[in-house]
Each structure stands twice: as C-alpha cells, then as structure tokens.
Design a protein around this ligand. Structure first.
Ligand SMILES: NC(=O)C1=CN([C@@H]2O[C@H](COP(=O)(O)OP(=O)(O)OC[C@H]3O[C@@H](n4cnc5c(N)ncnc54)[C@H](OP(=O)(O)O)[C@@H]3O)[C@@H](O)[C@H]2O)C=CC1
Ligand SMILES: CC(=O)[C@@H](O)[C@H](O)COP(=O)(O)O
Ligand SMILES: [Mn+2]
Length: 383
C-alpha cells in the first residue's frame, strides 16, 4: 500500500508534535511531506532532520537563513513567510494537510489546500469559526473530506461511522469546565494567567488553554460542530463533564445515544483523522472504569462564563459575526497572557467588538479578511 503523504502546518506545536509521534510509530503507513513553524526554528530543524520532509516553511522571514543553512545539505527545500504556506499546501505529492497551526492564520492556507483538492485533517477550529460556510461549500465542490481532529468532533465523527444515512437529532459536546469550574464572577476578577494555564485534563498550547478556561473553546467548538456536521443551533448542546472521559455524544432520531470515550490523549483523534477509515493498532494508554468510579455531568454556567453565550449569539446571527468574535478573542487572549487585561475583561472586549464592527450578512473571502483586520484594530484600542 502507498504511504499517505502528510503536510503538517504547525509541526512545532502541541498537535503538531503529537502528530509526528503518531507518524513515527506508523512509518509504514505515513510519510512526512511538509513541515511548517512560525518562530521555533530549532525544533523545526530537528524535526526536519529526523523526518526528512520534501520541504519546510518557517513563517518568520527573519529565520530563513538559519533554517536554510541547517537543511540545505540534507536536500530539504526551505521557504519563508505566510505566502509560502499558501503555496506548499498545493504540492502534487501531498495527500492530507493537517492544519495544526493556531488561530486565524489557518484560514488562507486551508482554502488553498482545499482548492488544490487536498483532504484536510482539521485541528485549527478557528478556520471553521471564521468562514465555516465558505470552507464547507468549497470542500464539497472540490470533493475534499474534512476529518475532525478536535477531540469532541472526532468523538462525534467516530459515533457517526456507519450511521451517515441516519439523521442526527442532536449532539452533546462535553466540556471539562476548565480550571475555574464552579467559580463565580467575583472569584474570577483576580485570577492569573498561571492559574488559567493549568488545564485540569489536557496539556495544550497557550491560546486554546486560555480558551478552555473562559469557555470560549466550547463556544468555538459549537460553531465548528455546526459546520462539520451540518447542524442547526437547536441541535447542539453543551454539558460539563469534568473528567473528560466521554469526549462527546450523538443522539439519533430513535432516541439512541452513542458516545465515544477514552483517556484524554490527542494522539487518538489525530491518528483516526490521518488514518481514516482504518483504526490503526496503538499502544495508547487504555481507560479503566474502576479508576473512574464516577463520571459526572452538570450544566455550563453561562452567566459567569459569558463567552459561551457570545458564541451561541454569533452562530445564531451568522454572517461575519463569528469572524469578529474570533478576532476579538485572539487579541483578548494575547492581552490577558501579557497581563494587559484581566480574565473577565476578555468577554467585555469581545462583546464590544461584536457590537461595533460592521455586520455583513453574506461575507466574501475579502470581507472576512477586512473584518478580521478591522476587529483587531478596534480590539487593540480596548486593551
Ligand atoms: N493542543 C490540543 O490538544 C488541541 C488543539 N486544537 C487546535 O489546534 C490548533 C493548534 O493548537 P496547539 O497545537 O495547542 O497550538 P500551539 O500553540 O501548541 O502550536 C501552534 C503551532 O502553530 C504555529 N504558528 C503560530 N502562529 C502561527 C502563524 N501566525 N502562522 C503559522 N503558524 C503559526 C506554531 O509555530 P511556532 O512553534 O514556531 O510558534 C506552532 O507550530 C488550534 O487551533 C487549537 O485550537 C484542537 C484540539 C486540541
Ligand atoms: C483536547 C481538546 O479537544 C480540547 O479542545 C479540549 O476539549 C479542551 O477542553 P475543554 O474546552 O472542554 O476544557
Ligand atoms: Mn476540543
């Protein structure tokens, strides 16, 4: 069987490095064709010398010379800058593009990859939040599959295998509740980034970890689910499940519910997306019921954690509002991580941007780009 040739966008991050572990353990099935990073030149060089991709991209142009001089002798082509990312994803030799970079930066390379007919293993949820309608339409036109990597969406996808002809009544996305579950607004006023960066169950990049603490991650995932599975808002529920063992559930029209469960470990959803439709034998740690005598569930507190409510509003109104929300959130998270604003001020900033940036009901790709830029400009004045 021919090996699947993978392009990993964001290979130096949490998802990217775990994807390389999966590939290393399955070298008879997968091959690395492209690796990319933004600033971490040292790790990109190390990964490239190990996995010998055809080419790499370093986003930060200033690091081109360093990466080029380290990889030239190994015969690995090196490119730099955001535009290079948009070109390399179109290479004939790529079978699947794993979008594991963080934030809005995922949008344009994903569009280019789909235009070139590449299947997508999608970790970068922001792409579907910003432009879900455009992306899913384009993928359909080009016959491209979008395999979810996000654990909840992978869970739903796994529940749907063999059921694609059966309508979904609703899905239930599970949320850990993050490190501040059970806290009230007065408790949250003074929480620090160090506290917010301690996720109870998952080790992830900084941005998604803050999103989990503020429940924005669940808001982004609600919108991501709408587009991946073609759902209405009324078909998407969120339940807090602090143990993160049940990764999400689907309820069908006969009332039956299917759930996918396992220990919190992203290697499984990454492997499932890259290997679909095959389940590849693994040595990932197995779940033991006796070690988890109670799996618990509760309602999310959207009065305290307003971001989840804001995301439902953005999804309901549609147009460029999710794009506005996403850009404002990226600026808010960055400002919180730089100690420029407090934890609760993140929602204030997002809400202000959502009410002030011009609404567009049917945005084009240029409208999304303009909306993202305009929102970032406004948000910067609020930090
Ligand atoms: N981590 C997880 O378990 C999960 C993550 N996701 C999603 O996957 C995506 C990646 O998350 P995660 O791996 O945690 O993030 P990380 O911050 O750990 O990694 C981000 C990666 O993207 C690169 N990058 C950063 N900025 C840019 C840019 N402007 N252009 C191109 N590349 C860039 C980074 O390069 P460099 O290292 O050089 O800075 C790094 O390789 C996010 O969208 C997240 O929501 C979804 C589910 C689970
Ligand atoms: C691993 C993963 O998919 C993350 O998105 C995770 O779900 C974050 O957990 P919570 O947002 O539920 O805290
Ligand atoms: Mn998730």
């Amino acid at each position: 069987m021919q090996k699947r040739k993978i392009a990993i966008l964001g290979s130096t991050g949490s998802i990217g490095t775990q994807a390389l572990e999966v590939i290393k353990a399955n070298e008879d099935i997968f091959e690395v064709e492209v690796l990319t990073a933004q600033n971490n030149a040292d790790l990109l060089i190390e990964q490239s010398l190990t996995f010998k991709p055809n080419c790499v991209v370093i986003g930060n142009d200033d690091l081109y010379d360093k990466v080029h001089s380290a990889l030239d002798n190994a015969g690995i082509k090196v490119y730099a800058g955001a535009k290079a990312l948009e070109s390399v994803v179109q290479m004939d030799s790529i079978d699947i593009v794993l979008t594991s970079m963080v934030g809005y930066a995922g949008l344009l390379p994903t569009i280019k990859a789909i235009e070139a007919g590449k299947h997508i293993a999608l970790a970068n949820k922001e792409t579907l939040v910003v432009a879900g309608e455009l992306i899913t339409k384009l993928a359909e036109e080009k016959g491209v599959n979008i395999y979810p990597v996000d654990s909840e969406h992978s869970a739903i996808f796994q529940c749907l295998v063999g059921e694609f002809h059966n309508p979904i009544e609703k899905i239930i996305l599970t949320a850990s509740g993050g490190p501040f579950r059970g806290k009230k607004r007065e408790d949250l006023a003074k929480v620090t980034k160090v506290q917010a960066l301690k996720h109870p169950n998952w080790v992830m990049g900084a941005k998604i970890t803050i999103d989990s603490a503020s429940l924005m991650n669940k808001g982004l995932e609600v919108i991501e689910a709408k587009w991946l599975f073609g759902l209405k808002a009324s078909q998407i529920e969120v339940v807090v499940h602090p143990q993160s063992i049940i990764h999400s559930l689907v309820q069908f029209e006969d009332g039956s519910m299917k759930a996918q469960m396992g220990l919190p470990d992203m290697k499984l959803p990454i492997q499932f997306a890259l290997g679909f439709p095959n389940r590849i034998k693994s040595d990932f740690p197995r779940f033991d019921f006796t070690k988890y005598p109670s799996l618990t569930f509760e309602q999310p507190d959207t009065e305290t954690f307003r971001n989840l409510q804001l995301a439902f509003e953005a999804m309901d109104k549609g147009g460029n509002l999710p794009c506005i929300m996403n850009a404002a959130n990226e600026i808010a998270v960055e400002a919180f991580l730089q100690d420029k604003i407090g934890f609760l001020e993140m929602s204030d900033l997002i809400e202000k941007c959502m009410s002030k940036v011009d609404f567009i009901q049917k945005p084009s790709i240029d409208d999304y780009i303009q909306t993202d830029q305009a929102t970032r400009r406004l948000a910067q004045t609020l930090v």
